[in-house]
Design a protein around this ligand. Structure first.
Ligand code: ZN
Length: 316
C-alpha cells in the first residue's frame, strides 16, 4: 500500500489541475455537407460484454461522485455482402488469470482495476453463441489500450484496422497504458491515413469501410493519437460507437472528458468531444453509445441490435 501513496498523490494533483481543463471545446466550424446514405438492408449489430471496471466518478467526468461501473464491450457487425466486422477486440483472454502480462501499470497497481470472468473474452463468447471467430474479416480497434486491443492476436485470420497514427504511436512510445506485446505480432494490418480524407459532419476525417456508407470510421484523436469511433448506419437508425472519446453518458451530459492526463492529448480530446456534441446537435435522433457505457442500449431495444448479457451466454 505504501508504494501506492506517491502514485495516488500524483493522481490527486493531476485531478486538481485537470478540473481546469476538462470541458469540451465548442465546435465552431462549418459542417460537412456529406450525408448518410440509404441504410443497407440486413445490417445487424451484436454487443458482447468482455469485462468491467469500477472507477471513481471524479476521474470519469467533471463533478462526478461515488463509484461508476464501466462496461468493456466488443461489437460484431454482420454485413449482408461484406461479412463479419468487429469493433474492439476486448481484453486478452488471460486477464482473469494473468493480469500482469496484459494490463498497463495503472491497472496493475489497482488504480483502475479491470475484471473479466474466465471465458468472458470476445473469442470465447462468439463461439458460445455459435459464431466462427475466424470468419471475422476485419477488426476495427478504437485505440491500443488493453481493454480495446488486448485480444487482437486471438483473431489471427482477421485484418486489424486502425488509424496509422495509433499503430505508429503504439509501436514507438508505449506509455502507462500501452502493452506492446498485445499487438506486436499482428501480421495483417490495415492502417487508415486520414490526412487526405474529407470531413463528415463535424468530424475531421472519415473512412467508408465497405464503400456503401454502412460502416463509417471517424477520426476522433485525443484520448490517444490515432483514436477512432465508428458510425453504423442501421435500418433502425444510425448508431455512433464513440470508443473512449466519451467513456460514459456522463461525459456527454457534462460536456467534459475523463482525467486529462489519461488522454495522450487532453486538448485534442476536448476538441473531439466538442465535435461529438455538435454532431449530436444536428443529428438529434442518432443513438450514441459511449466506449464504456452500454446503458443507451439497455434502455432502448431495436430490431437490428442485440445486446448479449454476459449472464445469459452459455458457459462450458
Ligand atoms: Zn477504454
Amino acid at each position: 500500500m505504501k508504494s501506492l501513496i506517491p502514485i495516488l498523490s500524483l493522481v490527486a494533483l493531476f485531478s486538481i489541475f485537470g478540473c481546469l481543463g476538462r470541458s469540451a471545446v465548442p465546435y465552431t466550424k462549418e459542417f460537412s455537407s456529406i450525408q448518410l446514405q440509404k441504410p443497407v438492408s440486413g445490417l445487424k449489430l451484436e454487443v458482447f460484454q468482455t469485462g468491467r471496471m469500477v472507477i471513481d466518478g471524479w476521474a470519469v467526468y467533471s463533478g462526478g461522485e461515488g463509484k461508476i461501473s464501466m462496461d468493456q464491450p466488443a461489437y460484431l457487425i454482420s454485413h449482408p455482402n461484406y461479412g463479419l466486422v468487429a469493433f474492439e477486440a476486448g481484453h486478452h483472454s488471460e486477464i482473469a488469470t494473468n493480469p500482469s502480462e496484459h494490463l498497463g501499470w495503472i491497472h496493475r497497481v489497482g488504480l483502475m482495476p479491470m475484471e473479466q470472468d474466465p471465458g468472458q473474452d470476445f473469442r470465447n463468447q462468439l463461439k458460445a453463441v455459435g459464431k466462427n471467430p475466424d470468419s471475422i474479416r476485419d477488426i476495427l480497434v478504437s485505440h491500443f489500450h488493453p481493454e480495446h486491443v488486448g485480444a487482437v492476436e486471438e483473431f489471427p485470420k482477421s485484418r486489424i484496422v486502425a488509424d496509422r497514427r495509433e499503430v505508429s504511436h503504439g509501436n514507438k512510445s508505449p506509455n502507462y497504458n500501452y502493452v506492446k506485446s498485445e499487438y506486436d505480432h499482428v501480421l495483417n494490418w490495415y492502417q487508415i491515413d486520414f490526412t487526405q480524407s474529407n470531413s463528415f459532419g463535424s468530424f475531421e476525417g472519415f473512412y467508408d469501410l465497405v464503400g456503401d456508407g454502412s460502416i463509417l470510421i471517424l477520426s476522433t484523436p485525443g484520448h490517444t493519437p490515432g483514436h477512432i469511433s465508428v458510425l453504423i448506419n442501421l435500418e433502425s437508425g444510425p448508431i455512433l460507437l464513440t470508443g473512449d472519446m466519451a467513456w460514459t453518458e456522463h461525459n456527454i451530459r457534462s460536456a467534459s472528458i475523463g482525467l486529462p492526463f489519461v488522454s495522450s492529448d487532453g486538448e485534442a480530446a476536448r476538441i473531439s468531444l466538442g465535435q461529438l456534441l455538435a454532431f449530436q446537435s444536428i443529428n438529434p435522433n442518432i443513438l450514441i453509445v459511449p466506449g464504456h457505457d452500454l446503458n443507451p442500449l439497455r434502455r432502448k431495444s431495436r430490431k437490428d441490435i442485440h445486446l448479449h448479457p454476459w449472464a445469459e451466454i452459455p458457459k462450458k
